[in-house]
Structure formats: structure tokens, C-alpha cells
Ligand binder design. Structure first.
Ligand code: A3P
Length: 304
């Protein structure tokens, strides 16, 4: 299949275009296996994001929300000892990587998974079942900066720093992991308008600005709203504090060590702020991305 797909070479890696989105060969193996073999259940919850949109935060929040009865917030909470990515696996990276077909029998209902797959490429059973999707997006300018830092962390040590300008140019053309970013976001956005029971659409910036409001929306959407008792006891704030950037980043488990996938735990906690792009993009680059955003999202009702 790879030899027949359109290719774009970035300095380090060749990306392949499949069903209108760009993937590395390894990612594509996972995508194909997942599309072929994954069987969704009606009670599943999928956390969908484009890379570097705040997946780690969303995993922590939803895991804590869903499990708050069995795992109350104490110093022994699973998030204190385990990185969120090891608690909520990616279907296409961790479970179906390299065309493997995993045994998911040990996952208790409701099963919680994470995906970077675009909406139109989701396994058929995800569309057909009553499972739910939470989509988190983020200002593409901050995503780009985050992505560039992350890619540099992942590069082999003997390879020079990845060019910021070159990566930016490709990103603007839509060539990045699981890109074009605009089609990734719009796919989930449009479906969330059509089917709000199925997809909850969130923005990283909104979550930062009004965390309580959006945590309650998340709980409601997943049919586990906060009880009056929980509200009085301050459970909402406890969850937000446990999952906050400052708290997660400073946990011993996230300060060193690696995920089961081999990526260093620290790579997922950099700045965790809105607008960090201003420290990296020139004014021209910012304007260029803004123009693309304006053009691509025109008429959708979505803006950044
Ligand atoms: P920055 O590189 O801008 O700091 P993902 O989880 O999708 O890989 O995205 C990573 C981005 O989310 C990084 O952004 C990271 O710092 C930020 N992040 C990780 N945990 C977070 C948290 N608990 N709250 C807010 N942002 C967080």
C-alpha cells in the first residue's frame, strides 16, 4: 500500500497520504489495523484529538471523572503513579501499532480509548455504534509550536534540530502527522453540530478559561454528572487540581522514565499555556497561519 500512496518527504521522515490525511509508515500501520479490526461497543468513550492539542490533559480529566467512585482522589490515585498515556491507550499507537490485533477483553466497561484518527477514517463500528466521542482542539498556532518541540524531543540524538521554517511551511500546506489540521478539526466539528449526543466538541482555550464549566459538561455528556453532595464537597476542584499542568508535571512519575511506547514522560509537559506561539512565530508567520485559519474555517462557526 505504501508504495502506491502520495508521499511527502520531510527532512527526517516520509509522510504518506491516506484517505486525505498524512501519516508516517508506522502510524499508518496502526490506522489500517484499527480500521480493519477494532469493534466499538455502545458504552465506549473515545478521546479524539490532533497531536499536541491537549490529549494528555483530556486523558487525565476523563479518566479521573469516570473512575471517581472506585478511585477517589487520594495520594494513591492512579494518576499519581502512572502517566495519563499509560492509563488511556491510543488505539492506533499502543493497541493496534504495527498491525497487531490486541486482546481487549481486560478493558472494563465503559472502555476508554484515545485516538488521533480523523473523523472520516474512524473504524466503521465507531460510526455505527452508540459509543461517544470527546474531541479536543487547540489554536493551531500553539499546536504547531508544541508539535515542533515534541518532534525535536523525539528525533534521534545524532540528527540536527528540525528546521522550524521548513516544518512551518509544511504545516501550512497541511503536511503534518494526522494533518491537514483544518480538515481534522472540521470533520469532528461538523459532526458535533449534527449529532451532539455523539460528539462533545471542546477547545483547549475554553477549558483553560472556564475549567469548572467544561468539566461539568464533560461529566453530563458521559452520563456521570456531579451529585449535589460532590458539588458541596468540592470534587470538581479536586479533579481539576489533580489534573492541572503544574500538578501532573511535578509528579515523580512524570519527571523521568518512559511510556510503554518508549517516549519520555517529560515530553508531554512543556509550557501548557495559551498563546505561547507568540514566543516562537514571527509576526508574518502568525499572520500567515491566521489567514489559513480564517479561510479554512470560514462559514463553519468555528474560530481561534
Ligand atoms: P505545550 O507544548 O504548548 O506546552 P498532547 O497532550 O496532545 O500531546 O499535547 C501536549 C500539550 O499539552 C503540551 O503543550 C503540554 O504542555 C500540554 N499539556 C499537558 N498536560 C497539560 C495539562 N494538564 N494542562 C494543560 N496543558 C497540558
Amino acid at each position: 500500500l505504501l508504495s502506491t500512496l502520495p508521499k511527502e518527504k520531510t527532512r527526517l521522515i516520509t509522510l504518506h497520504k491516506y484517505q486525505d490525511f498524512w501519516y508516517s509508515a508506522r502510524q499508518l500501520g496502526g490506522v489500517l489495523a484499527c480500521q480493519q479490526h477494532f469493534q466499538a461497543q455502545d458504552t465506549d468513550i473515545h478521546l479524539a484529538t490532533a497531536p499536541k492539542s491537549g490529549t494528555t490533559w483530556l486523558k487525565a480529566l476523563v479518566f479521573t471523572l469516570l473512575n471517581r467512585k472506585n478511585c477517589p482522589i487520594t495520594k494513591d490515585h492512579p494518576l499519581v503513579t502512572t502517566n495519563p498515556h499509560d492509563l488511556v491507550p491510543f488505539l492506533e499507537f499502543d493497541l493496534y501499532a504495527n498491525n497487531q490485533v490486541p486482546d481487549l477483553a481486560s478493558f472494563a466497561s465503559p472502555r476508554l480509548f484515545s485516538i488521533h484518527l480523523p473523523f472520516t477514517s474512524l473504524p466503521k463500528s465507531v460510526h455505527e455504534s452508540a459509543c461517544k466521542l470527546v474531541y479536543l482542539c487547540r489554536d493551531p498556532k500553539d499546536v504547531f509550536v508544541s508539535l515542533w518541540h515534541f518532534s525535536n524531543k523525539l528525533r534521534p540524538q545524532n540528527i540536527e534540530t528540525i528546521s522550524f521554517e521548513e516544518t512551518f511551511h509544511k504545516y501550512c500546506k497541511g503536511v503534518s502527522f494526522f494533518g491537514p489540521f483544518w480538515d481534522h478539526i472540521l470533520g469532528y466539528w461538523k459532526e458535533s453540530l449534527r449529532n451532539p449526543e455523539k460528539i462533545l466538541f471542546l477547545k483547549y482555550e475554553d477549558l483553560k478559561e472556564q475549567p469548572r464549566l467544561h468539566l461539568r459538561r464533560l461529566a453530563q455528556f458521559m452520563h456521570c454528572p456531579f451529585s449535589a453532595k460532590e458539588e458541596t464537597e468540592g470534587v470538581v476542584d479536586e479533579i481539576l487540581e489533580l489534573c492541572s499542568f503544574g500538578n501532573l508535571r511535578n509528579l515523580e512519575v512524570n519527571k523521568d522514565g518512559k511510556l510503554s511506547s518508549g517516549v519520555e514522560n517529560t515530553a508531554f509537559f512543556r509550557r501548557g499555556e495559551v498563546g505561547d506561539w507568540k514566543n516562537y512565530l514571527t509576526a508574518e508567520m502568525g499572520d500567515q497561519l491566521d489567514e489559513i485559519i480564517e479561510e479554512k474555517f470560514y462559514g463553519s462557526g468555528l474560530s481561534f
